[in-house]
Design a protein around this ligand. Structure first.
Ligand SMILES: [Zn+2]
Ligand SMILES: [Zn+2]
Length: 345
């Protein structure tokens, strides 16, 4: 008889049950981990609350899991039972044009796991090992801190490409988990002035604790005028829109200095068009970028950053909860009362 394990099975929008399913088999070219912690991602929240797997229920989500090796395949070397492993998903092929070009986040053969990380066990295949989408977690690092490596990666990749540096003035619109990461990282990279904008005061207070020099509640004051005031009418070197809102993309243009750089980090809903004043873009010499994801190298570096003392991972983990309390976890996350919630099986 097959061995069973507990997992969070999604049967439909907001219908998630903690039930038994078959435990995955240990891959011959990889290993099996016992999941010790898994982050609840913004995309998980969206997926679990909408009809995201139409016709394919039940489905197990989760891609920020970390755990301990409990079984090793016959063809897998270099690992021991008990090794602590970070292995986020999805996994790129490392063979297609995008992967070879160093843009593995755009891999044409990217593989979504059949069973996600919201479970007691997860299989780590040879494909993961070959793609270097894994790292060993040092003994003295808490598992929940290691889960931050995946969500931090796209923020890390973005700021590396933008080369945010000593002395910069950076505006981050949106103070959700991603906005929080942006604020912290911009300060660590040496930005002189980091301005955090949101409509929720509790989130703004959090970014202040993480290092934001100024916080602006855009329900109360005009964020464009306020950024101009703080920067002596000049505008910011960088403006990053980390929300799914069209309006903040428009506002971003007017917050940047001449020759400034604007990044659309948060994706707006598919098919949505943003009217932009291209006169400003042209005469102010603005550059606009889009950013999504992280390549394998950025993922590795983001993991090392996430578990470092300087990053203060403890400040990002609001709550560690049993996996079976997923409904409560979703409610807390949706209310904007948490930066990151980590689930444990
Ligand atoms: Zn994630
Ligand atoms: Zn590829």
């Amino acid at each position: 008889m097959k061995e069973m394990m507990n997992a969070l099975l999604m049967y439909g929008p907001n219908d998630i049950r903690y039930e038994k399913i078959e435990k995955p088999e240990c891959p011959t070219d990889g290993f099996l981990i016992k999941v010790k912690a898994v982050g609840l991602c913004g995309s998980d929240i969206r997926n679990l609350t909408t009809d995201s797997k139409k016709g394919n229920y039940p489905f197990v989500y989760g891609h920020e899991e970390v755990g301990e090796i409990v079984e090793i395949g016959a063809e897998c070397t270099g690992f021991e039972i008990g090794d602590r492993i970070f292995s986020p998903r999805p996994v790129p092929c490392m063979e297609c044009e995008a992967c070879i070009d160093g843009r593995s986040e755009q891999c044409q053969n990217i593989k979504e796991p059949e069973i996600g990380g919201f479970a007691e066990y997860a299989a780590v295949s040879g494909r993961v090992l070959k793609a270097k989408m894994w790292a060993k977690i040092p003994k003295d690092i808490k598992y929940e801190y290691a889960t931050l490596g995946e969500p931090l990666s796209s923020v890390y990749s973005c700021q590396r490409k933008l080369n945010i540096k000593f002395g910069d003035t950076v505006v981050i619109i949106g103070a959700g988990p991603i906005g929080c990461f942006h604020v912290r990282l911009a300060k660590l990279r040496g930005a002189k002035t980091v301005i955090s904008i949101d409509i929720a005061q509790n989130r703004l207070n959090t970014t202040k604790e993480l290092g934001a020099d100024y916080i602006i509640n855009s329900l109360e004051i005009d964020p464009i005028a306020e950024v101009k005031r703080i920067t002596n009418k000049k505008g910011a070197d960088h403006v990053i829109s980390a929300t799914p809102v069209v309006k903040t993309q428009q506002q971003a243009l007017e917050m940047a200095r001449n020759g400034g750089v604007i990044t659309f980090f948060g994706g707006v809903p598919k098919g949505t068009l943003t009217p932009l004043d291209t006169n400003i873009i042209h005469y102010n010499n603005l550059w606009i970028y889009g950013h999504f994801g992280a390549n394998v190298k950025d993922q590795q570096e983001a993991f090392r950053l996430a578990i470092s003392e300087e990053f203060t991972p403890e400040k990002f983990i609001t709550k560690v909860m049993p996996m079976k309390d997923i409904d409560e976890a979703l409610n807390i996350a949706k209310a904007g009362e948490a930066i990151k919630i980590v689930l444990v099986p």
